[in-house]
Design a protein around this ligand. Structure first.
Ligand code: GGG
Length: 356
């Protein structure tokens, strides 16, 4: 099967882990007899340097014509002094919005050989296995106005949601819960925010269409605590944009490292953008020590969600599992014994374990 994939390496470690993704893609193509057309485009800080914008028109056009998109990471100190509207992160938010990728799926799955790397291991039964679903194109990250006032001394951000935006993400969450353990936790701040009260209403209405799914509402502060004290209580979590951004980073400690978490940003027709949850990590960029597994597991999600190639997705996940079991680990995993491997060595280990 031939697929056209856009690569957006972005900034910092994004470039290093994109090289890992390419290596795994090429290995999967030759192992399973596929051919992929890979085309690189600019986004984020490196696009600002080259084209004076974090999201060039050519990138939007190429992504709009692709079967799927892989993204590394965006951001870095170099662009920190720019106003919010011109920062690298605007490129990432802009491409999600331009493509209508409203559902961000963040599976938090522990690998047994890494369990002792999690500071929360005694709370985890059989390794963690949670699917966090984050609304991705609404809420505070997109509401207008978002601006400074009173000569820079006052500021406004706007949290806006329309019922339709909540309905489609909540529907996706119910469908996902149906494919897993039939339990959905909806996270909000309904004791304070009007937007959360509408969110809760929509979840309760939608639940009538899914009588086989048990629904629980949690306030975001309680959810943050429960996530790390009783993680085995969760199956699928659904929440708005900013709460989902924060909770999924928090949940990464359950797996041992933020570097392990993949994500899929999808819309209803299967087109998707796949990226690790972590950012550009400027402190380690260029040193060849970044953990490529969040990126590689995002490639697996691309095979599963955009190409319906479950065998290929499972083969990549199995290869990651195998190389961790063989004792390969990058520095972020803090495994204490032995020597950590580089980004390139970890990628090579995954490729060597990749079999039909
Ligand atoms: N690969 C994820 C990444 O680059 N994250 C940096 C970032 O700007 N994150 C904000 C967000 O995911 O909404």
């Amino acid at each position: 099967m031939n697929k056209h994939i856009i690569l957006l390496p972005g900034d910092g470690v994004g470039k290093e882990i994109m090289a890992s993704a390419k290596h795994v893609l090429n290995a999967t193509a030759s192992e399973f007899g596929h051919s992929f057309t890979l085309q690189q485009q600019a986004i984020g800080g490196s696009a600002i340097d080259q084209y004076d914008t974090p999201l060039p028109e050519a990138t939007i056009k190429a992504c709009g014509e692709a079967d799927a998109i892989l993204l590394g990471a965006v951001g870095g100190e170099k662009w920190d002094s720019l106003p919010a509207a011109k920062r690298p992160e605007k490129g990432l938010l802009g491409i999600r919005k331009a493509l209508g990728l409203f559902a961000n799926l963040r599976p938090v799955k522990g690998f047994p050989s890494l369990l002792h790397a999690s500071p929360l291991k005694e709370h985890i039964i059989d390794g963690s296995d949670i699917l966090i679903i984050r609304e991705l194109t609404g809420g505070l990250y997109f509401g207008t106005p978002s601006e400074r006032r009173d000569h820079g001394n006052a500021v406004v951000d706007t949290l806006h949601y329309h019922r339709d935006e909540i309905e489609r993400i909540v529907d996706k969450a119910f469908q996902s819960a149906r494919l897993r353990h039939h339990h959905l936790t909806s996270v909000d701040k309904a004791n304070v925010l009007e937007s959360s009260r509408l969110w809760r209403e929509v979840v309760d209405d939608k639940s009538k269409e899914y009588p086989d799914v048990a629904v629980e509402h949690l306030l975001v502060d309680a959810a943050a605590m429960k996530l790390i004290t009783q993680p085995d209580q969760f199956d699928v979590m659904v929440t708005e944009n900013m709460f989902g951004d924060i909770l999924s980073d928090e949940a990464s400690v359950l797996t041992g490292s933020l570097g392990m978490l993949p994500s899929a940003s999808v819309r209803s027709d299967g087109v998707g953008l796949y990226e690790p949850v972590h950012g550009s990590a400027p402190d380690i960029a260029g040193k060849g020590v970044a953990n490529p597994l969040g990126m590689i597991l995002s490639v697996a999600l691309m095979f599963r969600h955009s190409f319906q190639m479950e065998t290929e997705a499972a083969a990549i996940e199995r290869a990651v599992h195998e190389c961790l079991a063989q004792g390969y680990y990058t520095a972020d995993l803090d495994m204490k014994d032995g020597e950590s491997v580089s980004t390139g060595q970890m990628t090579e280990a995954v490729v060597e374990n990749l079999t039909v």
